[in-house]
Design a protein around this ligand. Structure first.
Ligand SMILES: NC(=O)C1=CN([C@@H]2O[C@H](COP(=O)(O)OP(=O)(O)OC[C@H]3O[C@@H](n4cnc5c(N)ncnc54)[C@H](O)[C@@H]3O)[C@@H](O)[C@H]2O)C=CC1
Ligand SMILES: N[C@@H](CC=O)C(=O)O
Length: 363
Protein backbone atom coordinates (compact mmCIF):
# COMPACT_ATOMS: atom_id res chain seq x y z
CA UNK A 1 0.00 0.00 0.00
CA UNK A 2 1.32 3.47 -0.94
CA UNK A 3 0.56 6.24 1.60
CA UNK A 4 0.00 9.63 -0.01
CA UNK A 5 0.41 12.63 2.30
CA UNK A 6 -2.27 15.30 1.96
CA UNK A 7 -1.50 18.85 3.06
CA UNK A 8 -4.80 20.75 2.98
CA UNK A 9 -5.20 24.52 3.17
CA UNK A 10 -8.77 25.47 4.17
CA UNK A 11 -11.21 23.70 6.46
CA UNK A 12 -14.36 25.61 5.49
CA UNK A 13 -17.45 24.13 3.87
CA UNK A 14 -15.59 22.47 0.98
CA UNK A 15 -12.59 21.53 3.14
CA UNK A 16 -14.74 19.73 5.71
CA UNK A 17 -16.75 17.92 3.01
CA UNK A 18 -13.45 16.84 1.46
CA UNK A 19 -12.13 15.38 4.73
CA UNK A 20 -15.38 13.45 5.13
CA UNK A 21 -15.15 12.11 1.57
CA UNK A 22 -11.48 11.12 1.93
CA UNK A 23 -12.36 9.18 5.10
CA UNK A 24 -15.36 7.56 3.40
CA UNK A 25 -13.47 6.34 0.32
CA UNK A 26 -10.68 4.25 1.89
CA UNK A 27 -11.92 1.21 -0.01
CA UNK A 28 -11.92 3.01 -3.38
CA UNK A 29 -8.37 4.28 -2.67
CA UNK A 30 -7.20 0.77 -1.74
CA UNK A 31 -8.45 -0.54 -5.10
CA UNK A 32 -5.77 1.64 -6.72
CA UNK A 33 -3.17 0.52 -4.18
CA UNK A 34 -2.90 3.75 -2.21
CA UNK A 35 -4.30 5.48 0.86
CA UNK A 36 -4.55 9.23 1.37
CA UNK A 37 -3.20 10.28 4.78
CA UNK A 38 -3.67 13.79 6.11
CA UNK A 39 -0.35 15.12 7.37
CA UNK A 40 -1.40 18.78 7.79
CA UNK A 41 -4.53 20.90 7.88
CA UNK A 42 -4.38 24.70 7.92
CA UNK A 43 -6.95 27.46 8.27
CA UNK A 44 -6.24 31.19 8.02
CA UNK A 45 -4.08 31.40 11.15
CA UNK A 46 -3.62 27.92 12.55
CA UNK A 47 -2.68 24.36 11.72
CA UNK A 48 -2.70 20.79 12.94
CA UNK A 49 0.23 18.67 11.78
CA UNK A 50 0.91 14.94 12.17
CA UNK A 51 3.56 14.74 14.89
CA UNK A 52 5.67 12.29 12.96
CA UNK A 53 5.42 10.95 9.44
CA UNK A 54 3.80 7.71 10.43
CA UNK A 55 1.81 6.02 7.69
CA UNK A 56 -1.48 6.92 9.33
CA UNK A 57 -0.96 10.70 9.37
CA UNK A 58 -3.63 12.44 11.47
CA UNK A 59 -5.84 9.80 13.08
CA UNK A 60 -9.42 9.35 11.84
CA UNK A 61 -10.88 10.26 15.25
CA UNK A 62 -8.85 13.48 15.34
CA UNK A 63 -9.92 14.39 11.78
CA UNK A 64 -13.57 13.84 12.68
CA UNK A 65 -13.13 15.98 15.77
CA UNK A 66 -11.45 18.75 13.73
CA UNK A 67 -14.35 18.73 11.23
CA UNK A 68 -16.77 19.23 14.14
CA UNK A 69 -14.51 21.87 15.68
CA UNK A 70 -14.37 23.92 12.47
CA UNK A 71 -18.10 23.45 11.79
CA UNK A 72 -18.69 25.04 15.21
CA UNK A 73 -16.80 28.13 13.97
CA UNK A 74 -13.64 27.57 16.05
CA UNK A 75 -10.05 28.07 14.93
CA UNK A 76 -7.58 25.23 14.42
CA UNK A 77 -5.03 27.08 16.57
CA UNK A 78 -7.39 26.87 19.55
CA UNK A 79 -7.78 23.09 19.26
CA UNK A 80 -5.70 21.08 21.78
CA UNK A 81 -3.73 19.62 18.84
CA UNK A 82 -3.45 22.94 16.98
CA UNK A 83 -0.95 25.80 16.90
CA UNK A 84 -0.77 29.30 15.46
CA UNK A 85 0.86 29.50 12.04
CA UNK A 86 1.15 31.98 9.21
CA UNK A 87 3.62 30.23 6.95
CA UNK A 88 2.01 27.75 4.55
CA UNK A 89 5.34 27.14 2.76
CA UNK A 90 6.89 25.95 6.05
CA UNK A 91 3.93 23.63 6.48
CA UNK A 92 4.60 22.09 3.04
CA UNK A 93 8.21 21.64 4.13
CA UNK A 94 7.49 19.80 7.36
CA UNK A 95 4.40 17.80 6.43
CA UNK A 96 5.24 16.22 3.07
CA UNK A 97 7.21 13.38 1.63
CA UNK A 98 7.66 12.33 -2.02
CA UNK A 99 4.31 11.89 -3.71
CA UNK A 100 2.57 14.44 -1.45
CA UNK A 101 -0.40 16.46 -2.69
CA UNK A 102 -1.06 20.05 -1.59
CA UNK A 103 -4.78 20.90 -1.72
CA UNK A 104 -6.00 24.51 -1.68
CA UNK A 105 -9.65 24.77 -0.66
CA UNK A 106 -9.35 28.33 0.65
CA UNK A 107 -10.42 31.52 -1.07
CA UNK A 108 -7.05 33.06 -0.10
CA UNK A 109 -5.38 35.64 -2.34
CA UNK A 110 -2.80 34.36 -4.85
CA UNK A 111 0.07 36.15 -3.05
CA UNK A 112 -0.79 34.37 0.21
CA UNK A 113 -0.56 30.86 -1.22
CA UNK A 114 2.10 31.39 -3.93
CA UNK A 115 5.16 30.72 -1.68
CA UNK A 116 3.65 27.39 -0.60
CA UNK A 117 3.10 26.43 -4.24
CA UNK A 118 6.68 27.39 -5.08
CA UNK A 119 7.81 25.06 -2.27
CA UNK A 120 5.51 22.29 -3.53
CA UNK A 121 6.97 22.66 -7.01
CA UNK A 122 10.56 22.60 -5.64
CA UNK A 123 9.74 19.33 -3.86
CA UNK A 124 7.89 17.76 -6.81
CA UNK A 125 4.54 17.57 -4.99
CA UNK A 126 1.16 17.59 -6.72
CA UNK A 127 -1.21 20.56 -6.38
CA UNK A 128 -5.02 20.50 -6.46
CA UNK A 129 -6.98 23.76 -6.44
CA UNK A 130 -10.61 24.66 -5.80
CA UNK A 131 -9.36 28.20 -5.16
CA UNK A 132 -9.57 30.19 -8.41
CA UNK A 133 -7.41 33.11 -7.32
CA UNK A 134 -3.98 31.51 -7.86
CA UNK A 135 -4.99 30.68 -11.46
CA UNK A 136 -6.28 34.15 -12.29
CA UNK A 137 -3.51 36.38 -11.00
CA UNK A 138 -0.08 36.93 -12.46
CA UNK A 139 0.64 34.67 -15.45
CA UNK A 140 3.99 33.77 -13.86
CA UNK A 141 2.07 31.97 -11.09
CA UNK A 142 -0.07 30.21 -13.74
CA UNK A 143 3.18 29.02 -15.38
CA UNK A 144 4.69 27.93 -12.06
CA UNK A 145 1.57 25.93 -11.19
CA UNK A 146 1.63 24.29 -14.63
CA UNK A 147 5.32 23.35 -14.28
CA UNK A 148 4.35 20.22 -12.32
CA UNK A 149 1.41 17.93 -11.53
CA UNK A 150 -1.70 20.13 -11.24
CA UNK A 151 -5.47 19.65 -11.30
CA UNK A 152 -8.16 22.33 -10.89
CA UNK A 153 -11.45 20.74 -11.96
CA UNK A 154 -13.54 22.32 -9.20
CA UNK A 155 -12.56 25.87 -10.09
CA UNK A 156 -15.12 25.89 -12.93
CA UNK A 157 -18.53 24.23 -12.52
CA UNK A 158 -17.64 22.78 -9.08
CA UNK A 159 -17.74 18.96 -9.50
CA UNK A 160 -18.82 19.05 -13.16
CA UNK A 161 -16.29 17.69 -15.69
CA UNK A 162 -15.61 21.03 -17.36
CA UNK A 163 -11.81 21.36 -17.27
CA UNK A 164 -11.30 17.65 -18.00
CA UNK A 165 -13.69 17.88 -20.97
CA UNK A 166 -11.87 20.91 -22.33
CA UNK A 167 -8.49 19.23 -21.78
CA UNK A 168 -9.63 16.07 -23.61
CA UNK A 169 -10.90 18.13 -26.55
CA UNK A 170 -7.55 19.92 -26.76
CA UNK A 171 -5.42 16.81 -26.21
CA UNK A 172 -7.24 14.91 -28.95
CA UNK A 173 -6.61 17.67 -31.48
CA UNK A 174 -10.08 19.20 -31.64
CA UNK A 175 -10.22 22.91 -32.35
CA UNK A 176 -12.27 24.71 -29.71
CA UNK A 177 -14.06 27.72 -31.22
CA UNK A 178 -16.14 28.87 -28.27
CA UNK A 179 -16.95 27.98 -24.65
CA UNK A 180 -20.15 29.57 -23.44
CA UNK A 181 -22.47 29.22 -20.52
CA UNK A 182 -23.84 29.99 -17.10
CA UNK A 183 -20.99 29.43 -14.66
CA UNK A 184 -22.34 30.68 -11.34
CA UNK A 185 -24.31 28.43 -9.02
CA UNK A 186 -25.10 31.38 -6.78
CA UNK A 187 -26.34 33.68 -9.54
CA UNK A 188 -28.37 30.85 -11.10
CA UNK A 189 -29.93 30.11 -7.72
CA UNK A 190 -30.67 33.81 -7.09
CA UNK A 191 -32.20 34.35 -10.56
CA UNK A 192 -34.42 31.26 -10.16
CA UNK A 193 -35.54 32.50 -6.75
CA UNK A 194 -36.35 35.95 -8.18
CA UNK A 195 -38.41 34.30 -10.94
CA UNK A 196 -40.31 32.44 -8.20
CA UNK A 197 -41.11 35.74 -6.47
CA UNK A 198 -38.47 35.76 -3.70
CA UNK A 199 -36.58 38.98 -2.96
CA UNK A 200 -32.98 39.40 -4.13
CA UNK A 201 -31.58 39.85 -0.61
CA UNK A 202 -33.44 36.81 0.76
CA UNK A 203 -32.20 34.69 -2.14
CA UNK A 204 -28.57 35.77 -1.59
CA UNK A 205 -28.85 35.01 2.14
CA UNK A 206 -30.23 31.57 1.34
CA UNK A 207 -27.44 30.88 -1.19
CA UNK A 208 -24.90 31.88 1.47
CA UNK A 209 -26.51 29.64 4.11
CA UNK A 210 -26.46 26.69 1.71
CA UNK A 211 -22.72 27.09 1.03
CA UNK A 212 -23.05 28.21 -2.62
CA UNK A 213 -21.55 31.70 -2.36
CA UNK A 214 -17.94 32.68 -1.99
CA UNK A 215 -16.91 33.56 1.59
CA UNK A 216 -17.65 37.18 0.59
CA UNK A 217 -20.83 36.98 -1.57
CA UNK A 218 -19.78 40.18 -3.34
CA UNK A 219 -17.31 37.97 -5.24
CA UNK A 220 -20.37 36.32 -6.80
CA UNK A 221 -22.63 39.38 -7.11
CA UNK A 222 -19.87 41.52 -8.63
CA UNK A 223 -19.44 39.01 -11.47
CA UNK A 224 -15.79 38.51 -10.41
CA UNK A 225 -16.28 34.83 -9.61
CA UNK A 226 -17.69 34.22 -13.11
CA UNK A 227 -14.90 36.35 -14.61
CA UNK A 228 -12.30 34.21 -12.81
CA UNK A 229 -13.88 31.02 -14.18
CA UNK A 230 -13.99 32.49 -17.70
CA UNK A 231 -10.34 33.50 -17.41
CA UNK A 232 -9.38 29.99 -16.26
CA UNK A 233 -11.17 28.56 -19.32
CA UNK A 234 -9.45 31.08 -21.59
CA UNK A 235 -6.01 30.36 -20.15
CA UNK A 236 -6.64 26.60 -20.39
CA UNK A 237 -7.45 27.20 -24.05
CA UNK A 238 -4.00 28.76 -24.38
CA UNK A 239 -5.05 32.42 -24.39
CA UNK A 240 -2.60 34.33 -22.15
CA UNK A 241 -5.19 36.86 -20.94
CA UNK A 242 -5.27 38.88 -17.73
CA UNK A 243 -8.19 39.91 -15.55
CA UNK A 244 -7.82 43.57 -16.55
CA UNK A 245 -8.92 42.71 -20.11
CA UNK A 246 -12.37 41.69 -18.80
CA UNK A 247 -15.30 43.97 -18.03
CA UNK A 248 -17.65 42.68 -15.36
CA UNK A 249 -21.13 43.90 -14.51
CA UNK A 250 -21.87 44.02 -10.76
CA UNK A 251 -25.39 43.39 -9.43
CA UNK A 252 -25.03 46.00 -6.67
CA UNK A 253 -24.26 49.75 -6.55
CA UNK A 254 -20.58 50.82 -6.74
CA UNK A 255 -20.45 52.08 -3.13
CA UNK A 256 -21.21 48.54 -1.84
CA UNK A 257 -17.69 47.47 -2.80
CA UNK A 258 -16.16 49.55 0.01
CA UNK A 259 -18.53 48.36 2.74
CA UNK A 260 -17.50 45.96 5.48
CA UNK A 261 -19.08 42.53 5.08
CA UNK A 262 -21.54 43.26 7.92
CA UNK A 263 -22.54 46.61 6.39
CA UNK A 264 -23.01 44.90 3.02
CA UNK A 265 -25.39 42.33 4.53
CA UNK A 266 -27.27 45.08 6.37
CA UNK A 267 -27.81 47.13 3.20
CA UNK A 268 -28.41 44.32 0.71
CA UNK A 269 -32.18 44.80 0.65
CA UNK A 270 -31.61 48.24 -0.95
CA UNK A 271 -31.03 46.33 -4.21
CA UNK A 272 -34.29 44.35 -4.03
CA UNK A 273 -36.58 46.78 -5.89
CA UNK A 274 -34.21 47.30 -8.82
CA UNK A 275 -33.57 43.58 -9.30
CA UNK A 276 -37.29 42.84 -9.08
CA UNK A 277 -37.95 45.47 -11.78
CA UNK A 278 -35.22 44.03 -14.06
CA UNK A 279 -36.62 40.51 -13.73
CA UNK A 280 -40.19 41.75 -14.36
CA UNK A 281 -39.13 43.71 -17.43
CA UNK A 282 -37.36 40.65 -18.90
CA UNK A 283 -40.39 38.47 -18.08
CA UNK A 284 -42.69 40.85 -19.98
CA UNK A 285 -40.72 39.91 -23.13
CA UNK A 286 -40.81 36.16 -22.35
CA UNK A 287 -37.22 36.29 -21.11
CA UNK A 288 -35.28 35.52 -17.95
CA UNK A 289 -31.95 36.97 -16.76
CA UNK A 290 -28.82 34.83 -16.78
CA UNK A 291 -25.21 35.75 -16.00
CA UNK A 292 -23.43 34.45 -19.10
CA UNK A 293 -19.74 33.93 -19.91
CA UNK A 294 -18.43 33.71 -23.44
CA UNK A 295 -14.86 32.61 -24.19
CA UNK A 296 -13.28 32.44 -27.63
CA UNK A 297 -10.17 33.58 -29.46
CA UNK A 298 -11.97 36.88 -30.02
CA UNK A 299 -11.89 37.46 -26.25
CA UNK A 300 -13.82 36.93 -23.06
CA UNK A 301 -17.07 38.59 -22.01
CA UNK A 302 -19.20 38.09 -18.92
CA UNK A 303 -22.45 39.80 -17.94
CA UNK A 304 -26.20 39.69 -17.51
CA UNK A 305 -28.19 38.65 -20.57
CA UNK A 306 -31.94 38.41 -21.10
CA UNK A 307 -32.47 34.99 -22.71
CA UNK A 308 -35.73 33.30 -23.82
CA UNK A 309 -37.32 31.43 -20.92
CA UNK A 310 -37.52 28.24 -23.03
CA UNK A 311 -33.89 28.33 -24.23
CA UNK A 312 -31.32 25.93 -22.68
CA UNK A 313 -29.88 28.74 -20.54
CA UNK A 314 -33.33 30.10 -19.69
CA UNK A 315 -34.55 26.66 -18.59
CA UNK A 316 -31.75 26.30 -16.00
CA UNK A 317 -32.97 26.07 -12.41
CA UNK A 318 -31.29 26.52 -9.05
CA UNK A 319 -27.52 26.15 -8.92
CA UNK A 320 -27.33 24.38 -12.28
CA UNK A 321 -24.52 25.46 -14.60
CA UNK A 322 -24.54 24.84 -18.33
CA UNK A 323 -21.33 24.93 -20.34
CA UNK A 324 -21.35 24.38 -24.11
CA UNK A 325 -18.25 23.69 -26.18
CA UNK A 326 -18.46 24.54 -29.87
CA UNK A 327 -15.57 22.87 -31.67
CA UNK A 328 -14.56 21.59 -35.09
CA UNK A 329 -15.95 18.16 -34.17
CA UNK A 330 -18.94 19.47 -32.21
CA UNK A 331 -19.78 22.17 -34.76
CA UNK A 332 -23.50 21.94 -35.55
CA UNK A 333 -24.55 20.83 -32.05
CA UNK A 334 -22.18 21.79 -29.22
CA UNK A 335 -20.99 19.39 -26.54
CA UNK A 336 -22.87 20.34 -23.36
CA UNK A 337 -22.04 19.76 -19.69
CA UNK A 338 -24.84 20.55 -17.24
CA UNK A 339 -25.56 20.06 -13.53
CA UNK A 340 -25.11 21.55 -10.08
CA UNK A 341 -22.37 24.18 -10.26
CA UNK A 342 -22.05 24.96 -6.55
CA UNK A 343 -22.37 23.21 -3.21
CA UNK A 344 -19.78 21.86 -0.83
CA UNK A 345 -20.33 18.15 -1.54
CA UNK A 346 -20.16 18.32 -5.33
CA UNK A 347 -17.16 20.66 -5.10
CA UNK A 348 -15.31 18.39 -2.67
CA UNK A 349 -16.03 15.45 -4.99
CA UNK A 350 -14.40 17.35 -7.86
CA UNK A 351 -11.34 17.97 -5.67
CA UNK A 352 -11.21 14.33 -4.56
CA UNK A 353 -11.45 13.18 -8.19
CA UNK A 354 -8.42 15.37 -8.94
CA UNK A 355 -6.57 13.84 -5.99
CA UNK A 356 -7.28 10.33 -7.32
CA UNK A 357 -5.83 11.37 -10.68
CA UNK A 358 -2.70 12.94 -9.18
CA UNK A 359 -2.18 9.94 -6.91
CA UNK A 360 -1.53 7.96 -10.07
CA UNK A 361 0.86 10.58 -11.44
CA UNK A 362 2.84 11.73 -8.35
CA UNK A 363 5.37 9.27 -6.95
N1 LIG B 1 -18.73 26.38 -2.19
C1 LIG B 1 -18.78 26.04 -3.47
O1 LIG B 1 -19.83 25.67 -4.00
C2 LIG B 1 -17.55 26.12 -4.30
C3 LIG B 1 -16.38 26.63 -3.80
N2 LIG B 1 -15.26 26.69 -4.57
C4 LIG B 1 -14.06 27.27 -4.03
O2 LIG B 1 -13.63 26.53 -2.90
C5 LIG B 1 -12.95 27.40 -1.99
C6 LIG B 1 -13.51 27.20 -0.61
O3 LIG B 1 -14.88 27.50 -0.60
P1 LIG B 1 -15.76 27.29 0.73
O4 LIG B 1 -15.28 26.10 1.47
O5 LIG B 1 -17.17 27.37 0.30
O6 LIG B 1 -15.36 28.60 1.57
P2 LIG B 1 -15.30 28.77 3.18
O7 LIG B 1 -15.30 30.22 3.46
O8 LIG B 1 -16.33 27.92 3.81
O9 LIG B 1 -13.87 28.18 3.57
C7 LIG B 1 -12.66 28.80 3.28
C8 LIG B 1 -11.65 28.33 4.30
O10 LIG B 1 -10.36 28.79 3.92
C9 LIG B 1 -9.67 29.20 5.10
N3 LIG B 1 -8.60 30.15 4.74
C10 LIG B 1 -8.73 31.42 4.33
N4 LIG B 1 -7.49 31.94 4.14
C11 LIG B 1 -6.60 30.96 4.41
C12 LIG B 1 -5.18 30.88 4.42
N5 LIG B 1 -4.43 31.91 4.07
N6 LIG B 1 -4.58 29.70 4.77
C13 LIG B 1 -5.33 28.63 5.12
N7 LIG B 1 -6.68 28.66 5.16
C14 LIG B 1 -7.31 29.81 4.81
C15 LIG B 1 -10.73 29.82 5.96
O11 LIG B 1 -10.31 29.87 7.32
C16 LIG B 1 -11.89 28.85 5.71
O12 LIG B 1 -11.76 27.76 6.62
C17 LIG B 1 -13.12 28.83 -2.54
O13 LIG B 1 -11.97 29.20 -3.23
C18 LIG B 1 -14.29 28.68 -3.52
O14 LIG B 1 -14.21 29.57 -4.61
C19 LIG B 1 -15.23 26.23 -5.85
C20 LIG B 1 -16.34 25.69 -6.41
C21 LIG B 1 -17.61 25.63 -5.70
N1 LIG C 1 -19.62 30.81 -5.51
C1 LIG C 1 -19.44 29.94 -6.63
C2 LIG C 1 -19.05 28.58 -6.13
C3 LIG C 1 -18.41 27.80 -7.19
O1 LIG C 1 -17.41 28.17 -7.78
C4 LIG C 1 -20.74 29.81 -7.41
O2 LIG C 1 -21.77 30.19 -6.87
O3 LIG C 1 -20.72 29.34 -8.55
Amino acid sequence: MRYIPIIQFGVGGVGRALIRQVLATAEQQARYGFQFVYTALADSDGAVVATRHEDEGLARALLEDLVEWKAAGKRLAEHPEGYWQGDLAALVDVAGWPGAIVVDVTAAEAETVAPAFQRARDLGYGIVLANKKPLTGDLRLWDLLHAGPLRYESTVGAGLPVISTLRTLLDTGDSVKQVQGALSGTLGFVMSALEAGQSFSAAVREAHRLGYTEPDPRDDLSGMDVARKALILARTLGLPLSMDTLTVEPLYPPDFAALSRDEFWARLDEVDAEMQARVASAAAEGNVLRYVADVSEAGVSVGVQAVPRESPLGALRGTDNLISFTTARYAARPLVVQGAGAGVDVTAAGVLGDMFQLAQVCR
